[in-house]
Design a protein around this ligand. Structure first.
Ligand code: CP
Length: 302
């Protein structure tokens, strides 16, 4: 992993994923370690974020590093017409590693091709969100005691959901049985389903949500993302397609946990928050340890 960019979860082997999760567990036990010793990490967010940006910044500060960057394209020279290439070439002069979120699919790969320092993709359009995937895997392993042989249900925007794309691809390495719940318009793209088929694993697609709850070890809820719809009327048709309410969890398995990359709008009722099966805020905390592990590994410090 040393000096390598992380653009897609497919960039990491199963062994490398497991190594990151092991290192993350070490950081969870001992989060404050002065490994970065003044190194500079650039955090370039061309698209809004709360968890990814702040958990990266928290991870860097717990490791003794410094963060530079911007939280919106509006406060950078992109506003004056600067290209992504010129921005990346410039920021490479100031930093040891770049964490980048961008609204365009493929932008992170492009940045890694022009950069002289490693790039971590913090989400590129509707494509990939590999660091979210690593923290999702960490959360699944922590709550289930294993990543192998689980039944995982994905609910909501499976078409544009980059966290879904990354996690489905990663779980293909762990003999997962997939339940895919979405409106017809928001089905998982064929390119992602191809990974499931190539791994000889099973998936079933549903439009109704309730029938899969009793089968699920993990229920991975997602937001219907208004910002990804080319036509706002299409968003209006599906925006309330799935709302998980506490009463729906009465026949869930004992070990079942509810995950959500967040932010949520209304797809998980707030009455679920106090249910012991709700794990989404702990999931967000796990992002700090996983991102510490990732930074330390890429900079060759672990
Ligand atoms: N999960 C996630 O990417 O959240 P943010 O958009 O708040 O970073």
């Amino acid at each position: 992993m040393k000096n390598r960019s992380l653009i897609s979860i497919s960039d990491y082997s199963k062994e490398e994923i497991m190594q990151i999760l092991e290192i993350a567990a070490e950081f969870e036990k001992k989060p404050h370690q002065n490994l970065l010793n003044g190194r500079v990490i650039a955090s370039l967010f061309f698209e809004p974020s709360t968890r990814t940006r702040l958990s990266f910044e928290s991870a860097i500060q717990k490791l003794g590093g410094n963060v530079i960057g911007f939280s919106s394209a509006a406060t950078s020279s992109v506003q004056k017409g600067e290209s992504l290439k010129d921005t990346i070439l410039t920021v490479c002069n100031y930093s040891d590693l770049i964490v980048m979120r961008h609204p365009v699919d493929g932008s992170a790969r492009f940045a890694s091709e022009v950069a002289s320092v490693p790039i971590i993709n913090a989400g590129d359009g509707a494509n990939q969100h590999p660091t979210q995937c690593l923290l999702d895997l960490y959360s699944i392993q922590k709550t289930q005691g294993t990543l192998e042989n689980l039944e995982v249900t994905f609910v909501g925007d499976l078409k544009y959901g980059r966290t879904v794309h990354s996690l489905v691809i990663a779980l293909c390495q762990f003999n997962t049985k997939f339940h895919l719940v979405s409106p017809v318009e928001l089905k998982l793209p064929s390119a992602v389903k191809r990974h499931i088929k190539e791994a000889n694993l099973q998936y079933e697609q549903y439009t109704d949500f309730s029938e899969v709850i009793p089968k699920s070890d993990i229920i991975y809820m997602t937001r219907i993302q208004r910002e990804r719809f080319p036509d706002p009327l299409e968003y209006e048709k599906v925006k309330n397609a799935y709302i998980l309410d506490n009463s729906m969890l009465s026949n869930a398995k004992e070990n079942c946990r509810i995950l959500h990359p967040l932010p949520r709008v209304n797809e998980i009722s707030i009455n679920v928050d106090d249910n012991p099966k709700a794990y989404y805020f702990e999931q967000a905390l796990n992002g700090v340890f996983v991102r510490q592990a990732l930074i330390a590994s890429i900079l060759g410090l672990k």
